[in-house]
Write a protein that binds this ligand. Structure first.
Ligand code: APR
Length: 311
């Protein structure tokens, strides 16, 4: 049977995610936004690319109508507003929280068995909202952050060593923000840890660039944030689930004591398959790495407290 994926938010990340789903023929796609016409227009445009790209995915756009999302296997949520000049962090959090809650309620009603991939920022906080509102089990609410942060780290490692990106592997754990925890010891080129290949000074520089990866793009684009790599990251997760690949990827998952952390969404390596998060992988961390993860968890916990305060 054909799979169905819904993408909520037909903006830059959402529309590009829909394109990647169709071009990889992973699923039929429903693209939903509050804007009139935009999702239908983008869906039609993507459909008209089908004969050239050679895909037969059915792509439907809808404005405020969640009917096309019915019984989706996967729902990728990218809806939200970007931070505007003069807007405080709390204003952004409060607005995106309301959008995430409204969207999740609609999704849960029409697609009660779906696996949710959350993309909207602030990511870890948005995962908590989606988890609370949907009432879905932990394994079916997953945040996209680590795959993107790790891809950025991998791209920088490949550029630094002039090797294929395909030879690189990297793990970035923790929250999606300044406190993210890149793990050079577990980041490799053809299986060789980068700690054997690069000086500490160069590793620190690549780690710093990874931490600022989102801001670097915003600084260049000026009027928006990254969307090619974020949509690729969300679709790598969707593919692992739709094809039941059992792929190990760093994702924001709700922990229940793993890494000594309870009831908090944070980036850790997980196994993704048809049931969503099928396993949380606990890797050995040094004292410094564990301290960095705890520090990141504290920052996420503070965001979760802010959500409760703003509710
Ligand atoms: N329901 C559905 N769609 C909504 C809603 C809502 N209640 N509110 C806003 N949207 C839509 C907007 O109309 C817009 O089309 O969400 C879309 C967001 O698209 P962009 O502004 O282009 O933002 P984008 O770059 O795609 O980023 C989306 O992903 O990476 C994160 O930080 C990023 O939170 C942001 C999200």
């Amino acid at each position: 049977m054909r799979k169905k994926a819904t993408v909520i938010g037909a903006g830059n990340v959402g529309a590009t995610a829909a394109m990647r789903l169709a071009e990889k023929e992973l699923a039929d796609v429903a693209l939903i936004d509050i804007l009139e016409g935009v999702p239908a227009g983008k869906a039609l445009d993507l459909t008209e690319a089908g004969p050239i790209e050679g895909h037969d995915a059915k792509i439907i756009g809808a404005s405020g109508d969640y009917g096309p999302a019915k019984d989706s296997d996967i729902v990728i949520i990218t809806a939200g507003i970007p931070r505007k000049p003069g807007m405080s962090r709390d204003d952004l959090l409060s607005t995106n929280m309301k959008i995430m809650a409204a969207v999740t309620k609609e999704v849960a009603a029409v697609a009660p068995n779906a696996i949710l991939i959350i993309v909207s920022n602030p990511l870890d906080a948005m995962c908590h909202v989606a988890y609370d509102v949907s009432g879905f089990p932990k394994n079916r609410v997953i945040g996209m952050a680590g795959v993107l942060d790790s891809a950025r780290f991998r791209a920088f490692i490949a550029m630094e060593l002039n090797v294929s990106v395909e030879n690189t592997h990297a793990f970035v754990l923790g929250g999606h923000g300044d406190t993210m925890v890149p793990l050079p010891r577990y980041s490799t080129v053809a299986g060789i840890p980068i700690t054997e290949l690069l000086s500490q000074e160069r590793i620190d520089a690549l780690v710093e660039r990874t931490r600022n990866g989102g801001a670097e793009i915003v600084g260049l684009l000026k009027t928006g944030s990254a969307y090619y790599a974020p949509s690729s990251a969300a679709i790598e997760m969707a593919e692992a689930i739709l094809k039941d690949k059992k792929k190990i990827l760093p994702c924001a998952a709700c922990l229940s004591g793993e890494y000594g952390i309870h009831d908090l969404f944070i980036g850790v390596p997980v196994k993704l398959g048809e049931n969503g998060v099928e396993e949380i992988i606990e890797i050995k961390l040094t004292d410094a790495e564990k301290a960095a993860l705890d520090h990141s968890a504290d920052a996420v916990r503070k965001l979760v407290e802010d959500i409760k305060r703003l509710r």
